[in-house]
Unconditional design. Structure first.
Length: 235
């Protein structure tokens, strides 16, 4: 082992001594082998298992809106649940590492079902440049990184861009959400996507308006198909 590797391990151990890693759900100190969630919280994660259902509720919410292959969400989200801390950590508390960790967890669970079969590109839902600069990262892109690490499917962050810095969807009615995202995305390089099967990745599914708007920007591309994966679905 090199001196540099030893030094890095020593620094990491020292940091963890004074700033122990904690489970984002319950706050318990994590063991060396645990990432983001402790073993107990991971075991109790309210998974949907929708990827095992044909015509599951997430798929049904997008049918007729795009050329859809598959759609699923990893776990159920509802206000007041301790598991909302995963989303808050990822989206508002700078924990982009949580996105990659949860992306890997999702992909590992879904991969055995054949969910990723035939997918050519992972497309994380883009943020507007102003929002990206303010937050420092795109949480959906970090989910996509974790998925890509497990599946080997490449990520595309350039073909679709967000052209409108729309207001937050929080506290909007279903109709207001759809109206708020109308025409907010544009395609940068449509030719490269001809005939591709695109996996759209986002953090939370509520009405599906943002994901549908993203797909709408691409529906003119010849032979394009979509699958959808979100970390959580609101219930």
């Amino acid at each position: 082992m090199s001196l540099i590797t030893c030094a890095k391990q020593w620094i990491v151990s020292l940091i963890r001594l004074f700033i122990p890693r904690q489970c984002v759900v319950c706050g318990k100190s994590l063991d060396e082998y645990e990432e983001a969630l402790c073993l107990e919280c991971s075991a109790k994660l309210p998974c949907t298992n929708y990827h095992r259902w044909q015509d599951n509720p997430v798929e049904c919410s997008f049918l007729g809106k795009m050329p859809l292959v598959h759609a699923t969400s990893y776990f159920y989200y509802h206000k007041g649940s301790d598991y909302t801390h995963i989303l808050y950590a990822l989206k508002y508390h700078g924990r982009k590492d949580v996105g990659e960790i949860m992306g890997r967890a999702m992909a590992a669970d879904l991969q055995t079902s054949g969910f990723f079969q035939g997918i050519d590109i992972i497309l994380p839902v883009p943020l507007h440049p102003k929002k990206l600069k303010a937050r420092g990262y795109n949480q959906s892109e970090w989910l996509a990184r974790g998925i890509s690490a497990i599946t080997g499917i490449p990520i595309d962050t350039t073909s679709v861009i967000r052209t409108v810095n729309n207001s937050t969807q929080t506290r909007k009615t279903a109709y207001e959400r759809w109206e708020n995202v109308d025409g907010i995305f544009a395609v940068h390089d449509a030719h490269s996507l001809i005939g591709k099967h695109i996996l759209i990745v986002d953090d939370v599914l509520t009405t599906g308006s943002t994901i549908t708007a993203c797909a709408d920007a691409l529906t003119g591309v010849l032979g394009i198909r979509f699958s959808i994966l979100t970390l959580a679905v609101a219930v």
